[in-house]
Design a protein around this ligand. Structure first.
Ligand SMILES: *[C@@H]1O[C@H](CO)[C@@H](O)[C@H](O)[C@H]1NC(C)=O
Ligand SMILES: *[C@@H]1O[C@H](CO)[C@@H](O)[C@H](O)[C@H]1NC(C)=O
Ligand SMILES: *[C@@H]1O[C@H](CO)[C@@H](O)[C@H](O)[C@H]1NC(C)=O
Ligand SMILES: *[C@@H]1O[C@H](CO)[C@@H](O)[C@H](O)[C@H]1NC(C)=O
Ligand SMILES: [Zn+2]
Length: 440
């Protein structure tokens, strides 16, 4: 009896352990399988289709934190920022469009110099580190993937960087710039910003001026991607109607999900689709949830919504890391992109759609921009100049008197009088001297 009961207890306890063991094994197997179909599937997909990200402001942080002294830091591991080589690699970022951005306060001052310095720091970063490679064409971008390099593309963020000069635009192209956002938070003399932060160059119903159209034409001719993130919606619409090539929003999200003026409303998304352009979704919390905090689910809502509106072939990713403070929980730095892809897989996005979003859409647009450039190869560099009264820039040295026509009469008389008087003086002196010599 005693022995029997002890035996029963023993068998009960052993079957308990057996059940627990089975449960544990099932749990582990499930975890492995589920774990694969979620997290690992995202990593696997991203190693086959690594990300081309549309916007990163690391160069701005290098200026702010290190005054562009690259020798002070190791780009493999940089503190106080969300972007470095280790984390780009962990996040399967194969190509990064690096913004060269100068504050709007430099407009009409030293914006061009500052832009050159930012181009210099990106070029240095991308040539001094073996993990990076500076690329200037779609083919070079594709080649860099086979060499396991992180491709760097240079993009100017804000038309104030060209000081309303097409020759300056062409020289930026020569330095490797392959994209330009037409404005940042300030209007330029030729394009209107989405922001009213700076009260400069206000115009009525003239979001993209005639000179602005000439800038777009010249970018089409050069093969530079036109970026309308940061422009007003009217400017973006005018550009979409005028540009011969596809256009991008390099870092903007959906206005229907978060009604921030930097985001894109549905009617403009439809125009973008007609242009075969691209909206590269911005991850900054303010543009995702219109609040200081956001989560991955809310980010995925933007992707779902834009896909429903205009299809996955119109979508990319433009993280905006280093350009803003405050990113969604779980997407705090560039190593976290797989978490977003995992969320989209869970929402039944196909691998094909995600391969498009991750890189094929951007490559398609880049190649189309290059095709338009090739079609325009017989076109000569534009010699269009902005009318002087439209730039109103006291820093401009005027070597030749401006055209008389096209200038308001009061401005005309005063400015040309200034230029005429020394010329007149010289002429009179020369005449007097020649008379003296002749009479001698
Ligand atoms: C980066 O540097 C910090 C300290 O400077 C260190 O704690 C961390 O482990 C480093 N990370 C990598 C990936 O090297
Ligand atoms: C600008 O456009 C709006 C609406 O299209 C119109 O009401 C307004 O009169 C226009 N202003 C000018 C200066 O043309
Ligand atoms: C944006 O939406 C919020 C509510 O979601 C509303 O209170 C606010 O007025 C809207 N802003 C604009 C500019 O429409
Ligand atoms: C994510 O944030 C939204 C608000 O933007 C909220 O409604 C939702 O519950 C959050 N989801 C999770 C999983 O936290
Ligand atoms: Zn920006």
């Amino acid at each position: 009896m005693n022995m029997l009961s002890r035996k029963t207890v023993k068998s009960v306890s052993s079957s308990f352990w057996m059940q627990s063991l089975v449960a544990l094994v099932v749990f582990c197997l499930c975890h492995l399988v589920c774990g694969y179909s979620e997290r690992d599937r995202a990593h696997d997909l991203m190693s086959r289709y690594p990300l081309i990200d549309g916007h990163n402001d690391l160069a701005l942080q290098l200026r702010i934190l290190h005054n562009n002294r690259l020798s002070q830091i190791d780009l493999h591991n940089v503190s106080k920022v969300a972007t470095d080589i280790s984390r780009l690699q962990a996040g399967h970022v194969q190509a990064q469009v690096f913004a060269v951005y100068v504050m709007c306060g430099a407009q009409q001052k030293d914006a061009v110099r500052l832009t050159l310095e930012q181009i210099d720091v990106v070029r240095r970063m991308c040539t001094e580190y073996q993990d990076f490679e500076l690329v200037t064409s779609a083919q070079e971008l594709k080649n860099s993937e086979m060499r396991h390099k992180i491709a760097c593309l240079i993009s100017v963020e804000g038309g104030h960087s060209i000081d309303s000069s097409l020759p300056t635009l062409r020289m930026l192209y020569q330095l490797g710039v392959r994209s330009m956002a037409l404005t940042h938070t300030c209007n330029t003399p030729w394009a209107e910003s989405s922001s009213k932060l700076y009260n400069v160059f206000q115009r009525q119903n003239n979001s993209l001026t005639e000179f602005g159209k000439a800038v777009v034409d010249e970018m089409n001719r050069l093969g530079m991607i036109v970026d309308v993130s940061h422009t007003s919606w009217d400017t973006a619409l005018a550009v979409l109607k005028h540009s011969k090539a596809s256009v991008i929003f390099s870092h903007s999200s959906s206005y229907s999900i978060c009604n921030h003026s930097r985001n894109v409303p549905d009617w403009l998304l439809h125009e973008l689709k007609k242009n075969r352009g691209l909206i590269m979704v911005n991850l900054h919390s303010k543009f995702i949830s219109c609040r200081d905090e956001a989560n991955i689910s809310r980010v995925a809502d933007h992707f779902d919504y834009i896909k429903k509106m205009i299809g996955a072939e119109s979508i990319g990713i433009g993280g905006d890391f280093e350009g803003a403070v405050g990113f969604p929980k779980g997407l705090e730095d560039v190593s976290k992109y797989p978490a977003l892809i995992q969320e989209l897989l869970q929402r039944n996005w196909t691998e094909n759609e995600l391969a498009d979003v991750l890189r094929r859409n951007f490559l398609r647009v880049f190649e189309e921009v290059e095709r338009v450039r090739d079609q325009l190869s017989s076109k000569r560099p534009s010699e269009i100049q902005i009318p002087l009264e439209e730039v109103q820039n006291p820093c401009r040295l005027v070597l030749t008197p401006p055209d008389v026509k096209g200038l308001p009469s009061d401005q005309n008389s005063s400015s040309s009088a200034e230029h005429r008087s020394p010329c007149l003086l010289i002429l009179v002196t020369v005449l007097l001297l020649s008379i003296l010599f002749v009479t001698e």
